[in-house]
Design a protein around this ligand. Sequence first.
Ligand code: GDP
Ligand code: MG
Length: 438
Amino acid sequence: MFETLQEKLGRAFKLLSGKGRISEKNIEEAVRQVRLSLLEADVNYKVVKEFTSEVVDKALGEEVLRSFSPDQQFIKIVRDELIRVLGGKSARLELSSSPAGIVLVGLQGTGKTTTCAKLAYKLKSQGKKPLLVAADVYRPAAIDQLEQLGRQMGIAVCSGDRKNPLKIVRQGMEDASRNVNDVIVFDTAGRLHIDEQMMTEVREIVSVVKPDEILMIVDSMMGQDAVNSARKFNDALELSGFVVTKLDGDARGGVILSIRHVTGKPVKFVGTSEKVDGLEVFHPDRLVGRILGMGDVLSLVDKLQEKVDTDKARELEEKFMKNKFDLEDFLVQLRELKKMGSLADILEMVPGMPKDVDVVGGEKNIARTEAIINSMTSGERKNPRIIDYSRKQRIARGSGTTVVEVNKVLKSFDQMKGMFKKMGKKGKLLKGLKGMPF
Ligand SMILES: Nc1nc2c(ncn2[C@@H]2O[C@H](COP(=O)(O)OP(=O)(O)O)[C@@H](O)[C@H]2O)c(=O)[nH]1
Ligand SMILES: [Mg+2]
């Protein structure tokens, strides 16, 4: 469903890889790509505008660790911002009355009746005793449809006099108290377009039921229209949330991003098939992970951000800049790397990392390198050039290694120095480190 969005965003991120730092100039094109990809995915243009300006602000601000590469920083910002637009955490049903009432509203054909059945089915599987109330008397066979679904699932359906919606609703409430149902799901009528008569009827139902939840069913295939009707329904009824249906089809999915932003109300569930079990609790973070299709990179960024000591990294960056980096600092860097936990775990998450990298050997090497540097005098660490053959022999003995291994460490150190000198810019410390042949 989000394939195009995913592909486009991927391209936007690539624009930044290899760039030294995020700057106003170099994120311009990436942001433009993000904007286009969201618009193409059917996200409302106002939402897109606010979204991208927020991303620019954050990208140019100092909120993200400078030790990440610009594309990593940018991906993280876009990810966090997407999750924020989608409402952060997943929102649950809040059912406190007994029996609790859930009224489903929305335009015709969006999936109200189907979602009533799905919700009742879900509640039943959670140990509740739901009652379905069929209050759509206009659509031919709407009541039959719900009765049939109810029979399939072994859930009672109240259809009252099959004529008067308010009477059916009251009947439903009586039935529920007699049968000790703990939750009632009300199906209501929709029209092809929003009209006063429909709104009045729904409002009346709401005032009788005093529901815990008023959920609007939104068809993801409706694109921008869905946003407008969501806004109108929310103004008229004070919705508690949305269910976005037909996400299993080829809808571009942008609706889901727009409605929360436009109404401030959460998407609580998404419909993913025609069947009664095709209803999922909506998890913003998982959706975003899927949209970006780079869950691995993101968890890597999270992991690094958690473990790296920012101040130390900055201090080192400064040393690099002034070319004062010595073996003492090299040792600090090694310890920093070790602190990140299993190097194997981290390297596995790096896309494109060859699988034959001897990661475990890498970790052992860190310990050995540490031992070698520990065996040096402080003068040697500050100025490795004084380390001649006899010093190397002494260091090898002291660290239980060989001269060959001491040479390797010195070579790694030289390479690292050279690499950072070449990069000449701040902000790529960790990236550089990961390329080291430890
Ligand atoms: N593929 C798919 N079809 C759905 C979904 N939800 C509803 N439908 C279909 O959409 C059509 C209209 O659904 P219905 O519940 O009758 O809509 P209502 O008029 O709002 O009550 C039916 O053919 C449903 O099977 C969904 O999440 N995925
Ligand atoms: Mg219906």
